[in-house]
Write a protein that binds this ligand. Structure first.
Ligand code: URA
Length: 430
């Protein structure tokens, strides 16, 4: 195939030969197609899109660029969750042990954060001793024994995505539904899970700010998953406000542990239980063979069974579930601007403040601070009094506080009455 002909075809909206799609992804991954040529092709995709058949082929080619894990034989049905990312999104830390406690195995290969949303691995690494790297063999053992794994996706999984994502990041070609959907789904399908639930976040703190866009992304990913033989469904969940009461790695681990012990903020419990129910439903037929198990996630969470799995999961990867979490050396507060009810707390601003306090990275090789972050002492709708401490800013770098305060300017709104309560789960795509 001639790459310039392919670029022209995509540019002009003409059909692309399916074999050319395989060739292009493979040739780019092996360095035979230049970055500038792939950049031109990707920009044409941003404008022209892909047909469903072309997108399935593109995703399959990305999966075939590396290895696909084989999780058959772990003795439990496998089901995973992927979130498109939100502020304070510590759902995986509760959900993975919860779904394992319901009898399934959750093989979560996660990433580190870039930008204003934190990555699951960054949060887990706040636990003293915990390590993200696992061999595929050890992962299979832990899935059989504990049922829950959160680990780093190895370099062998969808390597085409690694190259393509880095290129998209610097060429203005991230914002394309087929490119986002194939990037996410290639990694999840290569992970070897038999079922998958997508948590597509919508709102100011999310990648997708409108419900229509989020629904289109969710439908596209569900279709790709089903076409590849992975039972896939999606929930759209709200991300105008950050989730729970904390954003920042160690702060979020502490909040997840509180939730696993049967407490925790109501919004975090609601989203986690809703996702767990969909995950359990997807593997219900296989789970039916395990007699006597308690399957309702809300009951399992309240009974403390998920907490026992959490402890085993943390210990299996070198972590000490009883060790105190690291705490910031410096904590300042932001007062409530008025008396009334907390009406709005802007998720993007909170994410940016946590990032400036040290929780985020600028370049992917940067280290993050485990202790940095933001805690809001009250939830949306709760009463506040002017001048009372509303937000806590945690950091080991006092010089960063001023920049965090700037990020939060205008992010808090207090009104005479609480805002109307809106559902957190906005839609279910199956
Ligand atoms: N997350 C991914 O993994 N890929 C994208 O393209 C966007 C978000």
């Amino acid at each position: 195939f001639d790459v310039v002909d392919l670029i022209r075809a995509k540019r002009d909206g003409r059909p692309v030969d399916p074999r050319a799609v395989d060739w292009l992804v493979d040739a780019y991954t092996r360095g035979l197609v230049a970055d500038e040529q792939m950049s031109a092709y990707l920009m044409a995709v941003v404008w022209r899109g892909m047909t469903p058949a072309e997108l399935d082929r593109w995703t399959a080619a990305m999966i075939d660029s590396g290895e696909r894990l084989d999780l058959t034989g772990v003795g439990r049905p496998t089901v995973d969750k992927h979130s498109t990312g939100g502020v304070g999104d510590k759902v995986s830390l509760v959900l993975v042990p919860l779904v394992a406690a319901c009898g399934a195995a959750v093989p979560q290969l996660a990433g580190r954060g870039l930008g204003h949303t934190g990555g699951t691995l960054d949060k887990m690494e706040a636990i003293p001793g915990w390590r993200a790297d696992l061999s595929a063999a050890r992962m299979r053992e832990l899935l059989a024994e504990v049922g829950a794994v959160i680990a780093a996706a190895g370099a062998g999984l969808a390597p085409a995505d690694r190259r393509l994502y880095a290129l998209r990041d610097v060429t203005g070609t991230v914002e394309s539904i087929p490119l986002i959907a194939s990037s996410i789904m290639s990694k999840k399908i290569a992970e070897g899970t038999s079922a998958l639930v997508l948590d597509v976040k919508v709102g100011s703190g999310a990648f997708m700010t409108s419900v229509d866009e989020a629904r289109e992304l969710a439908r596209t990913m569900v279709r790709i998953g089903v076409a590849a033989g992975v039972r896939t469904e999606a929930l759209l969940t709200g991300m105008d406000h950050p989730l729970g009461r904390t954003a920042g790695h160690a702060l979020e681990v502490a909040e997840a542990v509180e939730t696993l012990r049967g407490g925790g903020p109501a919004d975090l419990v609601e989203v986690t239980v809703a996702l767990a129910r969909v995950m359990i439903d997807l593997v219900a037929a296989e789970l039916g063979h395990r007699s006597g198990a308690l399957h309702d996630p809300a009951q399992v969470l309240a009974a403390g069974d998920a907490f026992a799995v959490w402890r085993a999961m943390v210990a299996a990867q070198g972590g000490d579930p009883d060790a105190p979490l690291p705490a910031a050396s410096h904590v300042e507060t932001v007062p409530a601007p008025a008396t009334g009810h907390l009406h709005r707390l802007d998720a993007r601003a909170v994410g940016l403040a946590a990032w400036r306090l040290g929780a985020g990275r600028v370049r992917k090789e940067d280290a993050v601070s485990a202790t940095a972050g933001v805690r809001w002492r009250v939830g949306i709708g709760d009463p506040v009094t002017a001048g009372e401490p509303l937000l806590e800013l945690h950091t080991d770098d006092p010089a960063s506080v001023e920049r965090a305060r700037e990020a939060l300017a205008g992010a808090v709104e207090v009104a005479a009455t609480p805002p109307p309560s809106t559902p957190l789960v906005l839609d279910h795509i199956s």
